[in-house]
Design a protein around this ligand. Structure first.
Ligand code: FAD
Length: 646
């Protein structure tokens, strides 16, 4: 049957990429259909029940700054929050939350069900409708043909998915879910370049059978005892619109350790490991290795920390973070029981590895539209990434660009100095992947300006212009932005003379350190000077009349405004230098390369560079410069060639 209505955007897959893609396209006014295997698994966390972390938290904040769902859903579902790297600089500080997976799914589903312009439909998609080189819809398992102007494919680990436990394996998309085999074959027919990757997950444990008295308790920030483990007394929130009062009851995690016996048990299973016996071809995530991989690669290490993370408030299930494994079940059983506190642990679900198809992201345009088929966009794990956050960010991005295409507008691409999202997209389309890609702050060369705390300042305005941000968020954003700029101006207008700094010892120290009159904004740039200290000078005469109330009541608004003013002052020197670098790079970054340029004819370039450029066909000189094997010398020669009108 041909469905009687045409959609602007069809999103296939209701995982983290698919939900953000569908919500974004619908927020932008496009008639959007989310087609997914099972409505019950919308927003399902396939692996660990946690959101955020270093680099990943930055992506979540960016998705949030553009009106996305992940951070707000985490505020409603998070049962333990922590700020990682709290004692380090703000650029690498990151929020991480342990989520109740049932509450998380409910929070995502509620948003999807109540989003205007968005329709949900439960069916497997087995085929794409393609006319010439353009996608025109999707076909489901029972033959319903849904016409659409664009399709965003976010099939995650499901394409030809195969689960391994020891030497046993079976077809699945993840444990308990069917694989997408027909769709995988169809994509192979379309000759999109692809490969196989793998990922894994640990066995889950029944909390009633864990002896927590033998484990170390790890409370989250804002919980009693947080300071004991280096945490903060303040309760973090994820969304720029979030409140700590939205969080459900907070619970601790627990820590145990592997030991020599655990390692012996693991080694005894190597001969039945699908990884070591060549049953698995796909490459796994380097930064999230299986426990057998860790024991094999770091043979000298005596012990590894294992975090026992609660899966929710209404379940006894625990996620033992650190023992992802595809070893046979008898080995899993013994290795779990070899650890302190887990001597009698009952395994509720076995650990496993999954192999799946991914598509080479170098075959995507900068909008994530496939080069081969117009109107077909890819996002999430299908592009060779790993992680909910990377998936959500890509989903938002592909959803935006599918919607822009429907509106007849230019694609949107954030720059590398504007967003981690820009870094992610740029890395994927220029470098491709050789292993599952995850985000790190070290991937961002402009990370001082790409902080979690200023994601809204970087992205809320462009998102508002594209129609992604509602009035409530826009009002909050403007209130904060205006307050920050008023306070910064106020500090610039207040001058203090060292001669007048004598009332207290701290004033005298400051007075001796400055040789002439300074305004408060410049004083704040000094590493040893803090906002609170300036406000207490001269009996508090410089305190902000506007913020004083917020400060005394310790409101989140007052705190965030002051934090922004202080960070901007402290980092202004570095940020100005980075801005100069960005401006210098911007000229050649955005220089467009002719779409029909035959690089094989640019004889000044090496054969390797010519072949690479012909293969990747970068849209701009900036993208060309990041193709691996394309050297700065190649870029200079290419610029000369372009200047000559070549
Ligand atoms: P998914 O979350 O996989 O969602 C895909 C969605 O598409 C599902 O709803 C599915 O039902 C639907 N779908 C697929 N095909 C079709 C079709 N043909 N028709 C209709 N619907 C379809 N990440 C980490 O960061 N660290 C880890 O350690 C880690 N371990 C993992 C272990 C396992 C076993 C698995 C399965 C995943 C793991 N992940 C891990 C990855 C993480 O789950 C993914 O990165 C993330 O879920 C990807 O989001 P996504 O939206 O791209 O895909």
């Amino acid at each position: 049957m041909l469905y009687p209505q045409e959609f602007d955007v069809i999103v296939v897959g209701g995982g983290h990429a698919g939900t953000e893609a569908a919500l974004a396209a619908a927020r932008m006014g496009c008639k959007t259909l989310l087609l997914t295997h099972n409505i019950e698994t919308l927003g399902q966390m396939s692996c660990n029940p946690s959101i955020g972390g270093i680099g990943k938290g930055h992506l979540v904040k960016e998705v949030d700054a553009m009106g996305g769902a992940m951070a707000a859903a985490t505020d409603e579902a998070g049962i333990q929050f922590r700020i990682l790297n709290n004692s380090k600089g703000p650029a690498v500080r990151a929020t991480r939350a342990q989520a109740d997976r049932i509450l998380y799914k409910a929070a995502i589903r509620r948003r999807l069900e109540n989003q205007p312009n968005l329709w949900l439909f439960q069916q497997a998609v087995d085929d794409l409708m393609v006319e010439g080189d353009r996608v025109v819809g999707a076909v489901t398992q029972v033959g319903i043909r849904f016409p659409a102007r664009t399709v965003v494919l976010t099939a995650g680990t499901f394409l030809d998915g195969k689960i391994h436990v020891g030497l046993n394996n079976y077809a699945a998309g993840r444990a308990g879910d069917p694989p997408a085999v027909s769709l995988s074959s169809r994509l192979k027919e379309l000759q999109l370049p692809q490969g196989r990757l793998k990922t894994g997950t640990p066995p889950r444990l029944d909390g009633r059978t864990i002896d927590f008295s033998k484990c170390l308790e790890q409370p989250g920030d804002g919980m009693p005892g947080a300071a004991r483990v280096g945490g903060s007394a303040a309760m973090p929130v994820f969304s720029f619109m979030g409140q700590a009062s939205q969080h459900p009851r907070q619970v601790p995690c627990w820590i145990t350790n592997t030991n020599a016996r655990t390692h012996d048990i693991i080694r005894s299973g190597f001969d039945r490991s699908p990884m070591f016996t060549g049953k698995i071809d796909g490459v796994g995530p380097r930064y999230c290795p299986s426990v057998e991989d860790k024991i094999n690669r770091f043979a000298d290490k005596q012990s590894h920390q294992i975090f026992l993370e609660p899966e929710g408030l209404t379940t006894n299930e625990f996620y033992p973070n650190g023992i992802s494994t595809s070893l046979p079940f008898d080995i899993q059983y013994a290795l779990v029981r070899s650890m302190a506190g887990l001597e009698n642990a009952h395994i509720l679900r076995p650990g496993y590895a999954i192999e799946y198809d991914y598509f080479d992201p170098r075959a995507l345009k900068t909008s994530f539209e496939t080069r081969a088929i117009q109107g077909l966009f890819f996002a999430g794990q299908i592009n060779g990434t790993t992680g909910y956050e990377e998936a959500a960010a890509q989903g938002l991005f592909a959803g935006i660009n599918a919607a822009l295409q429907c509106r007849g507008e230019e694609a949107w691409l954030p720059r590398r100095d504007q967003a981690y999202l820009g870094v992610l997209v740029d890395d994927l389309i220029t470098q491709g992947v050789t292993e599952p890609y995850r985000m790190f702050t070290s991937r961002a060369e402009f990370r001082l300006q790409l902080r979690e705390d200023n994601a809204d300042a970087r992205l809320t305005e462009p998102a508002r212009h594209m129609g992604l941000v509602d009035d409530a968020r826009w009002d909050v954003f403007n209130r904060k932005r205006d307050a920050v700029s008023r306070e910064t101006e106020r500090l610039r207008s207040i001058w203090v003379n060292p001669k007048n700094l004598a009332a207290t010892e701290s004033e005298r120290v400051l007075g001796r350190a400055i040789e002439h009159e300074y305004n408060l904004a410049d004083l704040l740039r000094r590493p040893d000077v803090h906002y609170a200290g300036l406000m207490s000078l001269d009996g508090g005469k410089y305190a902000s009349p506007e913020l004083a109330d917020d400060v005394s009541r310790e409101t989140d608004f007052g705190k965030t405004v002051i934090e922004q003013v202080e960070i901007a002052a402290k980092y202004s020197g570095y940020i100005d230098r980075q801005k100069d670098e960005v401006e210098r790079a911007a000229h050649f970054e955005s220089l467009r390369l002719p779409a029909d340029l035959d690089y094989m004819q640019v004889t000044a370039l090496s054969i390797e560079a010519r072949q690479k450029l012909n293969k990747h066909r970068p849209e701009t000189l900036g993208l060309a410069s990041r193709i691996s094997g394309v050297t700065p010398a190649t870029i200079s020669l290419l610029m000369v060639h372009l200047k000559k009108g070549g």
